[in-house]
Design a protein around this ligand. Structure first.
Ligand code: NAD
Length: 255
């Protein structure tokens, strides 16, 4: 892909699932990758994997709900790697619970991670990009944010919010040289999805049922996403901003 070599990119949630696959693909494309994640053990392993394959991957143990911690980690990344140019906001979390069975503490946790987390990242990173006149951002939402998802009311609200936020930022920042787009995954076989299997009364059968409902007849895998994310961060996508692209085997089809 054009224009990724030597670019400096931060990937949140890069220690697992879609974020891990994205971080390793971007390292393979020649980017200098900063993995921002809560999980120090798996985050360190991702950095080791990327570096032993000849890439340049740095790990930072960061909670994206903590704006001050993000500011410090971005400072540390820029000291080691140089000015951040690309950002992939991948970190996220949910558990399926019918809305009427949830409480305020659960809403707060979901909103902190899935909405405040990306807002914090934008507030710190996009400010620097806008000042320098260049930046590309991919926000990972979910098809839940486009069409809803039973048991995921608050999460869907956050992901729909991320889609609207991205469009607004794309308009506000177009003249500052910053483009922003959204990738919306469908159900994907990651540790996050294991929580859904565990919470479902039918266990693993939820995966079989979803696979039948997906036109391409299977769940997503982490490696289904890095191609689209890398494309949207590359020079090939320089004229694309404010768009949402579902990568979900055809589960949702938007005009
Ligand atoms: N798996 C799915 O079915 C699915 C479907 C649609 C959208 N998504 C979205 O894709 C993204 C990646 O999900 P995944 O399935 O790869 O999940 P995952 O659980 O495999 O990985 C999520 C990563 O985010 C990190 N993380 C969570 N909270 C954090 C915080 N506060 N600060 C820093 N890091 C934090 C975790 O430590 C983990 O490494 C998420 O935004 C998720 O909402 C996933």
């Amino acid at each position: 892909m054009r224009g990724l070599k030597d670019r400096r990119v931060i990937v949140t949630g890069g220690a697992s699932g879609i974020g891990r696959a994205t971080a390793l693909r971007l390292a393979d494309e020649g980017c200098i990758v900063g993995v921002f994640d809560l999980n120090a053990q798996t985050g360190t392993q991702v950095a080791e994997t990327g570096n032993s394959a000849g890439g340049r991957v740095l790990f930072f143990c960061v909670d994206i709900t903590d704006r001050d911690a993000i500011e410090k980690a971005v400072d540390a990344f820029e000291e080691q790697a140089g000015p951040v140019e690309l950002l992939a906001n991948v970190a996220g979390w949910d558990l399926p619970v019918p809305f009427l069975d949830t409480d305020r503490a659960f809403w707060d946790k979901v909103i902190q991670i899935n909405l405040y987390g990306p807002l914090n990242m934008h507030h710190v990173v996009i400010k620097r990009m806008a000042e320098r006149g260049f930046g590309r951002v991919v926000n990972i939402a979910s098809d839940a944010g486009r069409v809803g998802s039973s048991g995921e009311a608050v999460y869907s609200a956050c992901k729909g919010g991320i889609i609207a936020f991205t469009k607004t930022m794309a308009r506000e920042l177009a003249r500052s040289g910053v483009v922003l787009n959204v990738v919306a995954p469908g159900p994907t076989d990651t540790p996050l999805f294991d929580g859904f299997k565990a919470a479902s009364p039918t266990g693993g059968k939820i995966a079989e049922g979803l696979a039948r409902a997906i036109p391409l007849q299977r769940l997503g895998q982490p490696d289904d996403y890095p191609g689209m994310i890398a494309f949207l961060l590359s020079d090939d996508a320089a004229f694309i901003t404010g768009q949402t692209i579902s990568v979900s085997g055809g589960l949702t089809m938007h005009g």
